[in-house]
Design a protein around this ligand. Structure first.
Ligand code: NAD
Length: 482
């Protein structure tokens, strides 16, 4: 999709297509994709039928035979060529991300660079056989076999990068893929499918867009062997339930309510700036964003002041406007949900709005970056994943109490501890119930480091060799010596 295919109102008549069996396909039905900076539909997306899913699964099953026989090195070559093609069209896809998601164009360009890098870095990993025993009587090895067809279901908040993790892990391990992007941000991922037709053998990688019902059909489909799902806790539970009918292997990367615990030995302005970045990036719509901050009582007011300054200085607007640092919320449903949490917060007598607290007087789903002080622990803004630009800053007297409060949640994706004493920080980290705990930073994803959540934040791990193994079946081979 070129820039000259977009009119002055930002609309495009470009024909986005599914990728099935290496070919472009439209659908009889389409649905409108909304630009969250205007609230208006700017493009049409094909809406895959059940019959198209059937053909996507059938072609993926056929392609599995040859693809699964290739070596890691051969599959790596394909994925590196895909990464190179993605780089060639990165700017074009980044512009589509900003139009459908709203975030600043520079962030979308970064997402595309991350996408190409993830495709390469994950493809560079390899799962090797393990010798379990070799004692003269038996040689017992454990090998890992591709599973078959992976159904990959992605969310809207970082659409292409999160999909690329599933593409890379699914394909390098010898599986074939049917990928469904979110109906809120399907177009950028359809373009990745378009690119893949030039590089991958037909049927290996299929991308079909559609609504939530398409997601459910994928999870129920007997021709699909594994589900890799990233999305909300509520949907994750549904995915697990409907995958149970065929006992699919399931990896769930779900929501978070990440705490950041500040200790009393830090430089306030340095640390608040970093925590602020970890809370408000992508308009707070990141699974592993900072969602609650715990601050020692004696530093509370200066910390609030520092956060208020940062919030006041953040430039909010359409992601295509120059110098904008934060865009709108991505969709009306999320906007209404965040406003509902904000209204609930405002109704609480103890709540103090330190910065923001209002929508912007313009079309689209814009909200000021908002800092709330003095909330009690049972406030919805503290107990729920807000997934938006509102941050509760909570006071603590006793560190053990802060750790207990940080752990008092059904979620456990990530957390961070902020201190100049890294050893003390690591000791505290070990007491926090979360899949990743950072010291003095928050938000990040590494291709070779397992990522996933404790408790209701997920099931299993993605990334790293451990992540790849989750796309494979372990097979023991036991050979007697004699
Ligand atoms: P969502 O659960 O609403 O949707 C995710 C995907 O699931 C979409 O493609 C959707 O169409 C599909 N879907 C919806 N109903 C389905 C069903 N019944 N069966 C199968 N698929 C179905 O999530 P979202 O709003 O797109 O994403 C935001 C959530 O994702 C947040 O909670 C966020 O924390 C979480 N998230 C987690 C991670 C992680 O790595 N842990 C990363 C990003 C986002």
């Amino acid at each position: 999709m070129r820039a000259d295919q977009i009119n002055d109102s930002g609309e495009t008549s470009y024909k986005f297509t599914h990728t099935i069996d290496g070919k472009a396909e439209g659908s009889d039905k389409t649905f409108g994709v909304i630009n969250p900076a205007t609230g208006a539909v700017f493009a049409q997306c094909p809406d895959a039928s059940r019959e198209q899913l059937e053909r996507a699964v059938a072609t993926a099953r056929r392609a599995f035979k040859d693809w699964s026989r290739l070596s890691f090195a051969e599959r790596r070559g394909y994925l590196h060529r895909l990464a190179a093609k993605v780089r060639e069209r990165a700017e074009e896809i980044a512009a589509v991300i900003t139009r459908e998601l709203g975030k600043p164009l520079s962030n979308s360009i970064r997402e595309m660079a991350g996408t190409a890098a993830s495709l390469e870095q994950m493809a560079n990993l390899e799962v090797k056989d393990e010798v379990m025993r070799d004692d003269g009587k038996n040689r017992i090895t454990m090998s890992f076999r591709p599973m078959g067809v992976v159904g990959a279901i992605a969310p809207w908040n970082v659409p292409v990068a999160l999909a690329s993790h599933k593409i890379a892990q699914g394909l390098i391990t010898g599986n074939t893929l049917v990928l469904k992007p979110s109906p809120y941000t399907p177009l950028s991922t359809l373009l990745v499918g378009e690119i893949s037709r030039e590089v991958l053998p037909p049927g290996v990688f299929n991308v079909i867009a559609g609504g939530n019902d398409l997601g459910q059909w994928i999870t129920e489909h007997p021709g699909i062997d594994k589900i890799s799902f990233t999305g909300s806790v509520a949907t994750g539970k549904r995915v697990m339930a409907s995958s149970a009918g065929t006992l699919k292997r399931v990896t769930l990367e779900l929501g978070g309510n990440d705490p950041a615990i500040m200790l009393d030995d830090v430089d306030i302005d340095t640390m608040t700036a970093k925590i602020f970045g970890g809370a408000f990036a992508n308009c707070g719509q990141i699974c592993m964003a900072v969602k609650r901050v715990y601050v020692p009582e004696k530093m509370y007011e200066p910390v609030l002041e520092s956060f208020a300054k940062l919030a006041g200085a953040l430039r909010v607007g359409d992601g295509f406007e120059p110098d904008v640092q934060m865009g709108p919320l991505q969709n009306k449903m999320q906007y209404d949900k965040v406003l509902d949490v904000l209204e609930d917060t405002k109704r609480r007598p103890e709540a103090r709005i330190v910065a923001g607290g209002n929508t912007l007087n313009r079309p689209g789903y814009f909200l000021q970056p908002t800092i709330i002080a003095d909330l009690k622990d049972d406030a919805r803004l503290v107990t729920e994943e807000q997934f938006g630009p509102i941050l509760p800053v909570l006071k603590y007297k006793d560190l053990d109490d802060a750790i207990a409060r940080a752990n008092d949640t059904r979620m456990g994706l990530c957390a961070s501890v902020w201190t100049n004493d890294k050893k003390r920080g690591a000791e505290i980290a070990a007491r926090i119930e979360a899949g990743t705990v950072w010291i003095n930073h928050h938000v990040g994803s590494e291709a070779d480091v397992p990522f996933g959540g404790f408790k209701e934040s997920g099931m299993g791990r993605e990334h790293g060799v451990m992540g790849l193994q989750a796309y494979m079946e372990a097979q023991v081979i036991n050979v007697p010596a004699a």
